[in-house]
Each structure stands twice: as structure tokens, then as C-alpha cells.
Design a protein around this ligand. Sequence first.
Ligand SMILES: Cc1cc2nc3c(=O)[nH]c(=O)nc-3n(C[C@H](O)[C@H](O)[C@H](O)COP(=O)(O)O)c2cc1C
Length: 223
Amino acid sequence: MNKSDMMLLCASPRREGTSAMLLRRISSVTDGELVYLPQRGFLDEMVQTMKQAATIVISGPCYINTYPARLIELLETASSMGGFYGQKLYGIINGGMPYVHTHRHGLTCLQLFAEQNHLLWQGGFVLGGGAMLDGSPLEKHMNHKTVVPAFDQFIRHIVEGTPSPEYLYEQLEPCYGKILTHVLARMLTLRVVKHIKKYGHDPNAPNWYLRERDLENDRVDPV
Ligand SMILES: Cc1cc2nc3c(=O)[nH]c(=O)nc-3n(C[C@H](O)[C@H](O)[C@H](O)COP(=O)(O)O)c2cc1C
């Protein structure tokens, strides 16, 4: 496959994160071209690049149970511009949670986009536990013994241009008991709090949107 035939689109704003790492793993086998979704400005040029590719692989993080808004914006722009003609589309979504159901919505978005815009949906891959990897190689994943062969099988489907079945990632979902789930959730929360503090914010401050809403209410209805 020629370099320009395959577009490997990273939908994460983090260029060294897990989404990009997974695409680099694919590019080491396919020579596909890694492109980053611009976080600002018009997206028309990106849509043109998508149209020129025979195969598109989109990899992004899970932000509140689906892909980041900027990717949804790209899909909406591509949808309104039109002009697709059977390009193969694969998707990857990774998140902190180890479950499939909390991430799958992203893949469903891509599938709907493909079906409504004359692309060929070829399936996707859900990777739980991606936050802990934080861009490290897949071999460092907590379940690397099952995750690595499954993801490499997904890559083989991309190389061969065949649809990738859902069971490849569904079989990876761990069955944690209640206690372990509680411990994992606590660990993730502590990690988030540490990061918030690291960037000089107060973890107990009200949510930004709620603050804005209250300010807006004060402006509309001053007391
Ligand atoms: C704004 C935001 C929302 C997130 N929402 C979720 C979520 O709903 N579920 C989840 O499992 N992880 C969530 N995460 C964690 C990311 O999906 C996770 O860190 C992912 O590995 C980041 O991928 P990247 O390294 O490619 O950027 C969220 C992270 C951010 C910054």
C-alpha cells in the first residue's frame, strides 16, 4: 500500500499520547501517513486529505463517553462537503475506563458517518486502560498478554483491507469485582486531582461551566 493511500488520523490534541502511539504502531507496518487533527481553524483541508485516501484510520481518546468534539466537528464538515466514494474507514477509541460500553459510542459515530456518506465502515477497536499507558508502548498495558495480539490482529485486518470483528476487543474486557472497581476508581480520581493541582488549579473549585452559568445569571438577573 502506498504512503498516500492510507491516512492515519490522530484525533487527540496530545501528540505523544496513546491515540498517536497506536497509530505509530500501525504506521510501522503499513507506511500509512500520520496526520494530527488541527485543534483550531477551518477543517476543509483535512476533509480533502480524507477524500484522497483509500483507507482512513481514526484514533482518538474517549472524552465523556465519546470522541472529542473537534473530531465530531470534522465529521460534520466532511458530511456537509460530501464527495466520498467507498473509502475504507476504521476507528480506534481509547479511554481510562477498562470497559467497552463507555467508549463504544465513538465507534458508533464513525459507523453512522460512514454509512451516511458513502464510506465503507470496516470496524474498530476499543482500548480500555489507555490513560495509564499515557503514550507508552502497548507492551506496557496492564493486560498486554491479551491486548497486544488482539490489536496486532486488528492491524492485520487493516493491512488486508478486511472488516475487523467486534469480538477482537470485546474479549479484552476484564471482569472486575465491586471492590477492585472501587479501588481502581479511587486511584484514577487521585491521579486526576494530582494533575489538577500540578497545573495550579483547585480540584474543589466549581466546574467552569457552572461558574460561567452563575456569572451569566448574575448578569441577566442582578440582585
Ligand atoms: C476532557 C476529558 C474527558 C475524558 N473522559 C473520559 C471518559 O468519559 N471515559 C474514559 O474512560 N476516559 C476519559 N478520559 C481519559 C482519556 O480518554 C484518556 O486519558 C486517554 O488515554 C487519552 O488519550 P490520548 O493520550 O490519546 O490523548 C477523559 C479525558 C479528558 C481530558
